[in-house]
Write a protein that binds this ligand. Structure first.
Ligand SMILES: [Zn+2]
Length: 97
């Protein structure tokens, strides 16, 4: 079997070797985010079990309804959440103001 003359092998675009696949780092980051979310939800369910749901795990005060609406698994009130480092990645669709 011979290759037909003139048949060109589709060459890779010269984009510096970057394939169409996402970098593994991005996937790892995404996985980390998913695991963090899962952990937060499980912690929220545990607090629900203990009757402590909706209470800040840091200061013990109530977590604002708006915070729980934004993130039902939130474990900190606005003040404490603000005090802490912002969540990495961020699964909130709201764009930065
Ligand atoms: Zn608090």
């Amino acid at each position: 079997m011979t290759t037909a003359e003139g048949t060109l092998t589709p060459s890779q675009p010269d984009d510096g070797g970057q394939g169409p696949d996402r970098a593994p780092d991005a996937l790892v980051e995404e996985l980390d985010g998913a695991e963090a979310t899962l952990a937060a939800v499980e912690a929220a369910l545990a607090r629900l079990d203990e009757g402590a749901y909706g209470r800040c795990t840091r200061c013990g005060g109530p977590v604002e309804a708006s915070v729980l609406e934004d993130d039902p698994a939130a474990s900190h009130c606005q003040a404490c959440a603000h005090d802490q480092a912002p969540r990495p990645g961020g699964d909130t669709p709201s764009p930065p103001a």
